[in-house]
Design a protein around this ligand. Structure first.
Ligand SMILES: [Mn+2]
Length: 275
């Protein structure tokens, strides 16, 4: 099969929270996107396959299979695929460090852009406990914070083994609408702090299904969003510039008419201040 001449080749793609295996996953839209875009490297930033849901009822239509096949085909054609598991696919954390048919599994990754900026790539669920109990942990000090990060991951493994559903930070934040903004900013602040702690220029994460790019906390905070509601992706162009794209009708039309200027929706919804 020859390559679609309209394929846009970029340096890197960052995708998270696809939730394949659930009815909410917008697999058709994702397939359209993957047909239009190709990359040297693709990072899957967690919650790609929803193992928690699959356990309680198998939902795996052809389109979800097609997404997996599409990604594997890109790997065969030379794309590096780095899979950083999240909480919904944490069963894959048992295979950290393993290379599965060209797919590298990592707990977190360090990505260097073409212009030399270094980013921590991590799903972000590791910080759930800290986000929820930030006030108490602050009182208890640095050791409690580190312990919470550690406990978080293992608590979820135990919950899964007991057949419990995953406690969802984003669902919790939505229930407490008044506090949702606080939760989002607390999460962002913690992830930014982790980036500073690791002495990198920024963090690229997912988990809370809230796509945004900003530098409110002294480093770049980049959240890739999701393919359940927002259909968003972060693209690294060849000059190292990162861009947050929303796959929608306007973007599709602009791609089919290359003579027009690509105007991308990246204002209101992607601006942290509007969150
Ligand atoms: Mn998650």
């Amino acid at each position: 099969m020859s390559r679609d001449p309209e394929t846009i080749r970029v340096r890197t793609l960052f995708l998270s929270d696809l939730h394949l295996g659930t009815k909410g996953c917008q697999a058709e839209a994702l397939l359209e996107f993957l047909r239009c875009y190709d990359a040297e490297t693709i990072y899957l930033v967690g919650d790609i396959v929803d193992g928690w849901r699959l356990k309680s009822g198998w939902y795996w239509p052809q389109s979800h299979n097609d997404v997996v096949q599409k990604l594997l085909r890109k790997v065969r054609k030379g794309t590096s695929l780095i899979y950083v598991p999240g909480n919904h696919d944490e069963f894959l954390r048992d295979y950290i460090g393993v290379n599965l048919g060209g797919i590298e599994l990592a707990e977190h990754a360090l990505h260097e852009t073409a212009d030399g900026k270094r980013y921590l790539v991590i799903h972000g669920d590791q910080f759930d406990l800290v986000v929820r109990h930030a006030r108490w942990l602050a009182l208890l000090g640095d050791g409690a914070y580190t312990a919470a990060l550690f406990v978080n991951t293992y608590l979820n493994i135990v919950r899964r083994k007991l057949g419990l559903t995953y406690w969802s930070l984003s669902a919790w934040a939505k229930l407490r609408v008044k506090n949702a903004v606080n939760f989002i900013s607390k999460f962002e602040e913690l992830l930014a702090a982790e980036a500073r702690r690791q002495e990198v220029d920024g963090v690229i994460c997912g988990h809370i299904h809230h796509a945004v790019m900003h530098e409110h906390y002294g480093v770049s905070y980049v959240n890739t969003g999701d393919w359940v509601e927002s259909c968003t992706v972060v693209v690294e162009h060849w000059d190292g510039k990162l861009e947050l794209l929303r796959w929608n009708e306007a973007l599709k039309r602009s791609l089919s008419k290359p003579e027009t200027t690509v105007s991308l929706e990246k204002s209101a919804a992607f601006d942290g201040r509007a969150a």
